[in-house]
Design a protein around this ligand. Sequence first.
Ligand SMILES: *Cc1c(COP(=O)(O)O)cnc(C)c1O
Length: 326
Amino acid sequence: MPGKITLSAWPTPVEPMPRLAAALGLDADDLWIKRDDLMGLGGGGNKVRKLEWTVGEALEAGADTLVTVGAAQSNHARLTAAAGARLGLGTVLVFPGKEPEAGSGTGNLVLDGLFGARVVWAGDAEPAELAGAAEDVCVQLRREGARPHLIPFGGSSATGARGYVEGGEELRTQLPDAAHVVVALGSGGTMAGLVAALGEERVLGVHCGAVTEPAAIVADLAGAVARRAVAPEALRIRTDQVGAGYATLHEPVLEAMRTAAATEGIALDPTYTGRAMAGLVAAVRDGGIRRGERTVFLHTGGLPGLFGHAEAVRRSVAALRPYERS
Ligand SMILES: *Cc1c(COP(=O)(O)O)cnc(C)c1O
């Protein structure tokens, strides 16, 4: 396949989650998890599939430096830095806000540093609106003789979304009768690729509050990769797990994280996968997902983000129970 590179071993495994299924009132065989958190690069996660295509595109264009944008706890930025390290390319990450106080950077930033990324703190801006600042960084890099290549927010170009057309096809081979594939919706490329591969009816996206028009974004990307019209209204998207906003800890999300962890030993993060799981729980409650329908939870990674989320860290540590002798 022209342009594509390999950054991990495939396929990722699928596993049943019988104890979580029972906790939600489903049959033991109803609920499965696809482990796109288990990959051979940089701690893994859904961004690896997209980077196989977007970094492939960068190499074809002769780039020697990857530039991308995101929130400071961006898993996409971390994995771009890891891909850069693996391929011997430079990486520059453009983040909103300002440099964290000495000693206060956590989570993904720890790994960004280890992977050798350089960082530009762009001040006041939404993560999704950093493209202008990133273009400026590219201009500057060219002036210095580098050959930069800009990968968009979340790696969600039509090129990046092809990684999840493949992910969806892989899943269809593993679990052909899946009626619901539940996935966190951030920048949209993951859901878009899945919709292109599996159809609008089977994919349930749980909006995480990272973008303002999730349905329009996913429909555009899905249409571009599937080469057919995809209507925003035809998409299944839940918007009930954003809570007070992308960076906040939504109470049902923490509850869903605890349930998945306590029943299956599966760790989720408060920004993406915890929201997706809370959306799955809500869908079971309101009848969107019913007993006897095979449901796949796509684990998209993101664990470092848990350690970069002060409130989730505090609440989780506070839940440690003392052992008391009887
Ligand atoms: C980025 C991300 C998502 C969302 O994927 P998009 O393609 O941006 O919609 C989900 N989970 C995790 C852990 C992520 O890092």
